[in-house]
Structure formats: structure tokens, C-alpha cells
Design a protein around this ligand. Sequence first.
Ligand SMILES: NC(=O)c1ccc[n+]([C@@H]2O[C@H](COP(=O)([O-])OP(=O)(O)OC[C@H]3O[C@@H](n4cnc5c(N)ncnc54)[C@H](O)[C@@H]3O)[C@@H](O)[C@H]2O)c1
Ligand SMILES: O=P(O)(O)OC[C@@H](O)[C@@H](O)[C@H](O)[C@H](O)CO
Length: 493
Amino acid sequence: MYMANLNRSNFPVERRIGASAPDATGIVHLGIGQFHRAHAAVNTALAMAEAGGDWGIVGVANRSRRIIDPMLNQDFIYSILQLSPEGTDVQLVDVHRRLFVAAEQPAEVLAAIADPNHKIVTLTITEKGYNKDGVTGHLMTDSAEIAPGLAGPDGAKAPLAQLAWGLVKRSQESKAPVTVLSCDNMQSAGNTTKAMVTEFLQAAGVDDNTMSWIAENVSFPNAMVDRIVPGTTEQTKAQVEQILGLRDEAPVPAEAFTMWVLEDHFKAGRPAWQAAPGVTFSDEVEQYELVKLRLLNGSHSLISYLGGLSNSPTIPSARDKEFVAKSVHAAIYNEFLPSIELPHGFDADAYVAQLFHRWQNHALGDKTARVGSDGSAKLLQRIPEPALRLLNMGQMPNEMALTAASWIACVAPPAGFDPGEIAAEMEEPQRENLAKATAGAKNTHEHVEKIMTGGFFPTELGEHAEFTDRVAELLDIIVTDGVEAAANNALGE
Ligand SMILES: NC(=O)c1ccc[n+]([C@@H]2O[C@H](COP(=O)([O-])OP(=O)(O)OC[C@H]3O[C@@H](n4cnc5c(N)ncnc54)[C@H](O)[C@@H]3O)[C@@H](O)[C@H]2O)c1
Ligand SMILES: O=P(O)(O)OC[C@@H](O)[C@@H](O)[C@H](O)[C@H](O)CO
């Protein structure tokens, strides 16, 4: 049956979230994908409903037209398919006013960042997009993404490089202050972005005046971001079509829960985001980031690798397995929570109970492979510190060792071990380097040692031979008796 496409002429306004943006744009977003569209964009629509403002968004895709072409066909409007055990709902977002692809129009990216009407540059460029070296903590100036941009703006293809040169252009033209707001899952997200941009410009030999201008006129607030937003599938589109009676080629599935905790350091104003449910401005953002990155994302990684190895295609199907739930519970209470300073008045037990509930969202069906992707960039912020804390007290962080062992089993399996289809679907930028590093390992212990001391984890963790021994032991059990046996061993059962 023919189904009309969603567009401005048939847009059911009663389903709109917040307000539509005016034509004037005030935000540039680098890395338009799933999360931005279900989080910052939604909160901006709600803020404009409360307080107005010229906060239309310029959305920049890195390379692909996969999202922006359907959005352009739909006059920028798209659906949020909210999925939860309590029910399904479709709401519409209408806040983007310009969309383009950085790879096709690189000069436009710099011009948009330099435009004084744009007061905020938001980012979702993934953890690996910051090119921060996991061992040194510095920008990887020789990486394939960063190196070509150091010679000048023409060679800048990576969003981080384009951001840096866009700020230089702004400093030479309008000199209008601006805020860069990272919305990626990163510890000290603002400080890290500032450090990577600064190191990039230093390596590019940018002059001191420009560096001082950036230091004084560009703020980089830290922020904790939270909403589980899986990828779009044909089923997402079919569900939207059934509810809306219109075809949307760019819908975003998302859970109902949403949270955003930000530092209120905006150099040139901001939307009234505090009007949106779940948004808080706080001076304790780094504590909130830690809580979220360890309890949610750290546990999420563990669920995904245990799930990947036990044939669970979705996070809820993995979480439903008793050994997975018990492992995550032990990771949280024995290893993650003691490593965190909680925000003032924070109810950790209520937060953990809510997490277990959110991970049970079968309607959302978040994919194990999505959550397990890019582990080499993500585990660095999730495992080493809690592990080192216990190791330095003479105790074994069994669940951190299990996380490392199950990640290795999925993306860098020892010779002869096939981790299965779900693990094969996990994207891992270091897959090739991991394979090179482990080539020729004579046994599981050597295999793990080559990873633990091969620059994939901080040196200090690799120096704890007893941790390497434990990871190797658990990996051996995964290979011989399966992941459930390894999880039970880690639990001491
Ligand atoms: N999806 C979620 O549930 C969720 C929740 C909280 C935070 N986040 C954060 O948002 C990020 C993006 O998630 P998403 O769901 O929007 O993913 P997505 O795949 O829909 O979009 C990712 C964006 O990052 C860009 N990107 C990918 N690799 C890059 C690289 N090497 N350098 C620069 N840019 C790169 C892509 O071009 C794309 O625009 C996550 O990595 C995470 O930090 C996601
Ligand atoms: O987005 P990543 O790649 O950092 O991590 C995968 C998931 O843990 C993550 O996307 C969560 O769903 C999200 O952080 C929830 O807010």
C-alpha cells in the first residue's frame, strides 16, 4: 500500500516535541547520528518551547548521507520512536535547519564554526573521534585521522581537526566567543576536548595569539549524557509507519529515560535546557560522568561481551541470563562503586535498580554488537582505574578481569577459538593491531600478555602481572568451558 512520506505539509503538529526551531541557527552539531537526534535535539526543542531563542541546529554528518538525505526529504522532521515495557509512542522533532556532509563540503564546516551567529558547537564524534592515546593521555598526532590535518585546514578531514581549524578561523574573523560542548561518553568530556583541540593546534604550530584567544573565548563545559539510543532498523520504520500513518525514513528509536548534567559555562548564551525533564546544571558534573561511565557504560560493556559470547543478540536477552546479572551486580558493588566519589545526595542503590530495569527493555531491543563496539576506546575509561584501585590494595578485581577477558575473546580471540556471529559484528578499530600484536603467541597467557603490555591499556595495569594472569585464566575458561563457566569462576562460584 502506498504510504505518504512525512514532511512539513502533513506533519501532525500535536505529536511535536517542544517547539519547531526558527530559521535562524545558533548551534552547529558535528557528527549527526542517533544520539544527538534523540538527546540534544530533543532537549533543544523543549527549551525553545519554554523560552524561544534562535537555536536552530546545523547538522554536520561526517561522511555518509544516510541520515541527512531522508531528513532533507522530510523538511528536517523525524520521529522519536519511544519504546519501553510501559508502551510505545511516536513524537516528532523539528529543530534542524541546515544539513550537510563534512567530506563533501569541508570549507562549510569551518565557516559554520566561525559564524558568529553560532553560539555553541556540540559534538557526538564517538570516543575514538578524540584520538586520545590510551597510554599517554595525549592526542595521537600521528594517527591517520589527525596527521593530515596538521599541515593546514585543507587537509583536515576528522571532526576534531575541523573543529580546531574552525576555532582558528573564528579567532581571525568575528572573534565572537563560543562554547564547544562534547556530548560523547567521556570522562571530563569538556576538559578532554579542550586538551585535544589545544594539542592539535600546538602540533600544527598555531601562533600564541590564537592560542590565547581560544583559551579566553572558547569554553568547554563538562557534561554527562544519558539515553539509550539504538540504531534504526526496518522494524523501527514499520512501527513508526503503523502509529503515524506516514513513512519516516529517518526515525530514531529510544528509551523513555533521559538525563543530561552540564556545567553552566557557556560563553555566548545557551538554550533554556533546564526546562527539559532530566536536564540539570551542576558543579559536580565530573562525579556524574564517573557514575554514568562506570555503572552504566562499564556494566554495559560487560553485559555485551558476556552476551556476545553466550549468543544473546540484544542487551535485554543477555541481562536476563542469571550469570550475566550476577556478574554485573558484583562488578557494580565490589568494583565500580567503591572507585567513585558520588555526587552530593546521590542514591546509588536507586540508580543501580533503575539501570537493571533499563537494561531489561525488550521493546527497545538494543543490540549487543552496538554496545560492544569500539571497546578499545571505551574500556580505557571503564576498567583500568577501578582495577588499579583494588590491585594496589592487594585485591583481585575479578569482574574487571572478566570484562577484559571477554572483550579479548570477542575481538582478539586466541588461535582456534571462534567467538561467534555477534562478536564478529562488533566494530573494533584496533582489530587488526590486536591481531598483529598477538600473532605467534604460544599460549593464552602469552596472548593476553601481548595485549596487556602492547599499548592497548595503561602501562601501570600491564605491569600488574597478577592481573594479566587472572585475565589469561578467565580467557582459558571461556575457550575451554564457555563464558558462563568463566563468569562463575570470577564470582568465586
Ligand atoms: N547511542 C547511545 O545510546 C548514546 C548514549 C550516550 C552517549 N552516546 C555518545 O554518542 C556517540 C555517538 O553515538 P550514536 O548512537 O549517535 O552513533 P552513530 O553511529 O549514530 O553516530 C556516530 C557519529 O560519529 C561519527 N564518527 C564515527 N567514527 C568517527 C571517528 N573516528 N571520528 C569522528 N567521528 C566519527 C559518525 O560519522 C556519526 O556521525 C557515542 O559514541 C557516545 O559517545 C551515545
Ligand atoms: O555509546 P558508546 O559507544 O559510548 O557505548 C555504548 C553504550 O553503552 C551507550 O551508547 C549507552 O547506550 C549510552 O551511553 C546510554 O546513555
